[in-house]
Write a protein that binds this ligand. Structure first.
Ligand code: C2E
Ligand code: CA
Ligand code: CA
Length: 881
């Protein structure tokens, strides 16, 4: 040993003490020796020196070796204590060792001393080490125990049969059982019924040492079910025999619920989006409901679905569509009354667990017998009115949580919108076929009916008479539009009363009506003989004007009206419905111009006015002479107020009449076919102007060009357009506008051509939308990205709620088809405000700017910039708050 040893020696004889020191030194031990002879000295030496070892004689005059041993055992139990004695009997030696002495050495044999000391020290060191590790073990055991007891996991130990030997405190919070109460009990007792079958999977199999991640459903002390996941090890004895199991269970109820809920929600969202696409695809109520049912079962994972609609007559809810597994007929499911409940409370009726819930549903046996313990009914609302209920049945409890119901409500709202919109499709259809003021057929329907008539009336002549109210303009001006409208209503009522066949009447717009009269009949009624065309005209005029002899009473005032008419005879003045109506109108126009009470179309064609002839002649050379120019009118984003585009409008600078509006010369160009060439010049010029603005840095907008049906009809239409606007040359910002009626003429051909333009980045707008034949059904198929709502709707929506509904429907439909909407002819802040409210995208009209020459475009842009104080705003924004 290289360390100096501190020794206390209890010895009264000096020489003996010296001898001990000598033997120790001889044994190679470096010792610091402190000798004592009395008890007090011994005690203080233990304290002061803290000896590594004690050597003691047995008997001393003032002290006793055994007493010293006693003191040492008490005060320094770890310090080795060796007796060194002259004589020591067997008995005394054993007694000494029993009392704790480490060893004894006879004075006669001191050569052993050093080795004995060394051994004692070694053993002491070993013991001290053991003690230390024992202590450490104890404290770590305490720690482990604390960990186990405070762990959120339930830590347990069972015997080989699964009876608890130990349970940590966590089981109390997890399942509500006191740990002590479980000791000796089989764990299977606490599993939920269904799970007992699977209980064999909850311990390591024979010969297996581990089991990880086994999940089981347990029933807590309060009856609540919890999902626990466990890890288990097999406890083995020394011979490798299993003596029990130790494991930890973790409560995963929340995580599992969330997982399931998430998975459910994902399915429900998928169902929502499939429903939305069905809504856009299907135009038939029955088909749509069937498809929604199919989606709910196949994608939503519901076991059964039933859609019931309220019978408008009886107000009774009747099942209309259904899907899913199960043999119960829909009416039996309906009898349970869940749907009725949702209908009554106008809110979802949800039952998540009919087996245990204290619910107030009467006939649940049907549902339980067929395995639907959970059911939810959601009202189908259309425009705030309940029209039906969707009922969903599930074989799993608790599927209808808040999030699920949230998505389902979104789904029913979409479906409600779709049904409403299918209904409005019919309404819009009605409005585009019938005039909303008079309820009479508009031109498209009138022409359709006339077409049927032309096909049927071989050999029977008839005529179309178009007439208007002579003083309507004056009445509007002096009494207001309201009186004018009432008057038109009264006229319509009188016409309907007089005309036995309502199919023979039309309201062509404004104060203009049309009627079909039997030519032979009209003539025969008067003269009883073969009549000339002139007679027929006069007689027809009489038939109609007779209806206006009686004055019309408006607000107590009697108004006398006279009519003016234009007449077209079938077949001489046209053999198609369109031609007849158009020619009757042309004749009416001639009557107005010439202040005649009636004009026959035949007379118009025979005597074209010298003025119109001269105009046509000058128009022929207008393109070569460079007399055409473009005016531009901005389109404004209703949301931001920014200018997003301009429409190019054709003007003719006539040498005689000055600037001529297109309504006067475009029809002439169309008649001569020159519109094709002029239309190309418009495209070319618009693209040129746009390129110039872009180069100067002011163009962040598109330019739309109006295209005539004659242009569209050409086989090479697409190439011609491309050649003019050269979309490859920057910028490709030219769009086209096509009026609704012309689009529908050759629908299949039009679709192909327009799709090509769209593919080249050219926008296509339907102009004057709402006035033509277009069925909303067709909208989805048209390669069109913008609808321009006709000026007549924009202007009438302020006073006719029906027209506002129509505008709002057009806007929401357009959105459903991914198109944007532009309102034409916006003249007042009030109109703008309503358009803003219904969500229309762009506005165009005199409120912002009149069409102006291209040179003025930068100034228009500056004036309409969002910073400009003179920019028009919706009425609402101008009112003080
Ligand atoms: P459109 O395409 O519906 O053009 C809009 C017409 O409404 C323009 O008449 C415009 O001046 C007018 N307008 C704009 N804002 C308002 C407003 O707030 N109130 C009122 N009352 N009217 C407004 P414009 O320029 O006389 O053009 C008439 C029609 O001539 C156009 O109707 C379009 O169908 C046709 N047209 C114009 N340029 C061309 C062209 O280059 N090619 C062809 N094929 N047709 C053209
Ligand atoms: Ca237009
Ligand atoms: Ca228009």
């Amino acid at each position: 040993m290289d360390k100096q040893l501190k020794l206390v020696i209890v010895e009264d004889v000096d020489t003996d003490a010296e001898l001990l020191a000598w033997y120790l030194a001889r044994g190679g031990l470096d010792c610091l020796i402190h000798r004592v002879q009395t008890e007090p000295d011994f005690i203080s030496a233990l304290h002061d020196i803290g000896p590594d070892l004690i050597l003691s004689d047995f008997s001393l005059p003032q002290f006793d070796g055994l007493r010293a041993l006693e003191i040492a055992a008490q005060q320094v139990p770890e310090t080795p204590f060796l007796f060194v004695s002259g004589t020591i009997g067997e008995e005394r030696a054993i007694n000494a060792l029993r009392r704790g002495a480490t060893d004894y050495i006879l004075k006669s044999n001191l050569s052993r001393l050093a080795a004995a000391v060394e051994r004692a020290l070694r053993e002491a060191a070993l013991k001290a080490g053991q003690r230390h590790s024992e202590q450490q073990l104890r404290s770590s055991e305490q720690q482990l125990r604390a960990t186990v007891e405070t762990s959120q996991d339930w830590i347990w130990e069972t015997d080989v049969h699964g009876r608890f030997r130990y349970c940590s405190a966590a089981v109390a919070t997890m399942l509500g059982y006191q740990p002590d109460a479980l000791i000796g009990q089989d764990f299977r007792k606490y599993l939920d019924d269904d799970e007992r079958v699977a209980a064999t999977f909850l311990l390591p199999a024979e010969g297996q040492l581990h089991l990880t991640g086994a999940v089981a459903r347990w029933r807590g002390a309060d009856g609540q079910l919890r999902w626990l996941e466990r890890n288990v090890v097999t406890i083995l004895d020394e011979s490798g025999q299993a003596t029990g199991f130790r494991g930890a269970d973790r409560d995963i109820t929340l995580r599992r619920d969330q997982d399931l809920r998430l998975r459910r929600l994902t399915r429900t969202y998928r169902m929502l989006s499939s429903t939305s696409s069905a809504i856009l695809r299907l135009r038939n109520r029955g088909e749509l409901l069937d498809e929604v049912c199919r989606i709910a079962v196949q994608q939503g994972g519901y076991d059964r679905i039933m859609v019931s609609l309220i019978d408008p007559g009886t107000e009774i809810l009747r099942p209309r569509a259904g899907a899913g597994t199960g043999s119960v007929p829909l009416h039996a499911l309906a009898a349970v009354g869940v749907a009725e409940r949702a209908m009554r409370q106008r809110a979802p009726a949800v039952f998540n667990d009919l087996t245990s819930e204290r619910h107030t549903l009467a006939h649940t046996e049907v549902l339980l017998a067929h395995g639907y313990p959970a059911v939810a009914a959601l009202p189908l609302l259309v425009d705030g009115t309940i029209i039906g209920v969707i009922t969903l049945f599930s074989a799993q409890c608790n599927v209808f949580d808040e999030a699920e119901i949230g998505v389902l409500l979104e789904l029913t709202a979409n479906l409600g919108f779709a049904l409403q919109y299918l209904e409005k499709d019919e309404a819009v259809h009605f409005l585009s076929y019938f005039d909303s003021l008079t309820g009479l057929a508009k031109r498209p329907l009138f022409c359709q009916r006339l077409t049927t008539r032309t096909a049927a009336s071989v050999g029977r002549n008839f005529l179309v008479i178009a007439f208007d109210l002579q003083k309507l303009g004056a009445i509007n001006d002096s009494f207001g539009r309201y009186v004018g409208d009432r008057l038109i209503e009264k006229v319509a009522a009188r016409l309907k009363a007089a005309c036995p066949d309502p199919e023979c009447l039309a309201h062509l717009g404004g104060g203009t009506f049309a009627m079909v009269l039997d030519a032979t009949g009209a003539a025969a009624a008067n003269a009883g003989s073969e009549a000339s065309a002139g007679d027929t005209g006069r007689l027809s005029q009489n038939v109609v004007s007779r209806l206006f002899v009686e004055p019309f009473e408006i607000d107590g005032e009697a108004l006398r009206l006279a009519i003016r008419s234009g007449i077209a005879l079938y077949p001489s003045d046209g053999d198609t419905a369109d031609a007849l109506v158009q020619n009757a109108e042309a004749a009416l126009k001639a009557a107005r111009e010439d202040s005649e009470s009636y004009v026959l179309y035949g007379m118009v064609t025979q005597r074209p006015t010298t003025r119109s002839l001269a105009l046509e002649a000058r128009l022929a050379g207008a393109l070569e002479r460079g007399e055409f120019l473009l005016h531009y009118q901005p389109k404004i984003s209703i949301a931001s107020g920014a200018v997003e585009g301009f429409e190019a409008l054709l003007r003719w600078q006539d040498s005689q009449d000055g600037l001529v509006p297109p309504s006067l010369f475009v029809p002439l160009l169309e008649r001569s076919g020159a519109i094709v060439e002029v239309g190309e010049w418009v495209l070319l010029q618009a693209a040129r102007d746009l390129r110039r603005w872009t180069a100067s840095g002011s163009a962040h907008f598109r330019v739309a060009v109006n295209v005539s049906p004659l242009q569209l009809r050409r086989r090479d239409f697409v190439e011609r357009v491309m050649r003019c606007i050269e979309p490859n040359k920057q910028p490709a910002g030219v769009d086209i506008e096509i009026t609704e009626s012309m689009l529908m003429q050759d629908i299949e051909l039009s679709i192909g051509k327009l799709a090509e333009l769209r593919a080249a980045g050219i926008g296509v707008a339907i102009d004057d939308f709402g006035t033509g034949y277009s069925s909303l059904r067709l909208l989805g198929r048209l390669p069109v990205n913008t609808l321009k709502i006709d000026r007549s709707f924009v202007q009438s929506m302020v006073d006719a709620p029906k027209n506002l509904t129509l505008v709002s429907t057009i806007v929401s439909l357009a959105r459903a088809f991914g198109m944007q909407t532009v309102a034409e002819g916006v003249e007042t802040a009030e109109q703008l405000q309503l358009l803003q409210q219904v969500g229309c995208d762009q506005a165009q009209g005199f409120l912002f700017a009149r069409p102006a020459p291209s040179s003025e475009v930068p100034a228009v842009l500056a004036r309409l910039s969002p910073q400009s104080p003179s920019r028009p705003r919706a009425a609402i924004a101008e009112r003080p708050h």
